[in-house]
Design a protein around this ligand. Structure first.
Ligand SMILES: [Zn+2]
Length: 214
């Protein structure tokens, strides 16, 4: 059987968080990663393609990544997964909304956690959870090993790394996560960061000033 994957990444909300829909064309099932905002747009893409949403996976508890999760759950019935170390971020949603200058989205405790080494996703397109604290304590990346793809949240960007000056941030910790977990991946691993353009582990290993020490 030839597998056929549906893959769409587009920026949502005022902070332009990259949200991703990954679907299995045959099974008509999908997962959604980081539905930070624009829930109706995400939902429309799913229904247009006739996809049933199975999981809502959130890389960390910042408003621009998790803000639309509960709304999307209400429209689709899909469970929300978030690393439990970011539960304090959900309690701070009002402060987070004030930082961004938006109204406070309703949130709820996740239906499940995302722990290091856990496998999530679809049967044919599964991802391994890498716990990569530093940007927040509950930041995770999703490694789709056969796809050679990493969804990096706000841990790694093209030419930059996640900020560590917000509550729960820790510079030493994000550097450790980057070096011990992400740079351990093969160069050909494509990276979809939480914001901005796509990159690869090899490209960042060569040229990211935070990782080369230049
Ligand atoms: Zn963030």
């Amino acid at each position: 059987m030839v597998l056929s994957m549906i893959f769409e990444t587009f920026p949502v909300g005022p902070l332009q968080c990259n949200c991703t829909i990954l679907g299995d064309e045959q099974a008509r099932e999908a997962i959604e990663i980081d539905p930070g905002d624009d829930v109706s747009r995400i939902h429309k893409r799913l229904t247009e393609r006739g996809l049933t949403l199975k999981q809502i996976l959130v890389t960390h508890g910042h408003i621009d990544h998790v803000g639309g999760a509960l709304g999307l759950k209400r429209l689709t019935g899909a469970p929300i997964y978030l690393n439990e170390n970011d539960l304090p971020q959900l309690q701070m949603m009002e402060e987070q909304a004030a930082w961004v200058g938006v109204s406070t989205p309703e949130t709820a405790p996740p239906d499940g956690g995302l722990v290091d080494g856990q496998m999530v996703g679809l049967e044919n397109y599964s991802a391994k959870v890498l716990h990569t604290p530093g940007h927040t304590q509950g930041s995770i990346c999703l490694h789709f090993v056969p796809l050679k793809l990493l969804i990096a949240g706000d841990t790694l960007f093209a030419g930059s790394i996640g900020r560590t000056d917000l509550p729960g941030g820790n510079y030493g910790q994000i550097m450790d996560s980057l070096h011990s977990r992400l740079l351990a991946l093969p160069d050909e691993t494509n990276v979809i960061p939480g914001h901005g353009p796509v990159t690869s582990i090899g490209e960042e290993r060569r040229s990211n000033p935070f990782l080369t020490g230049l």
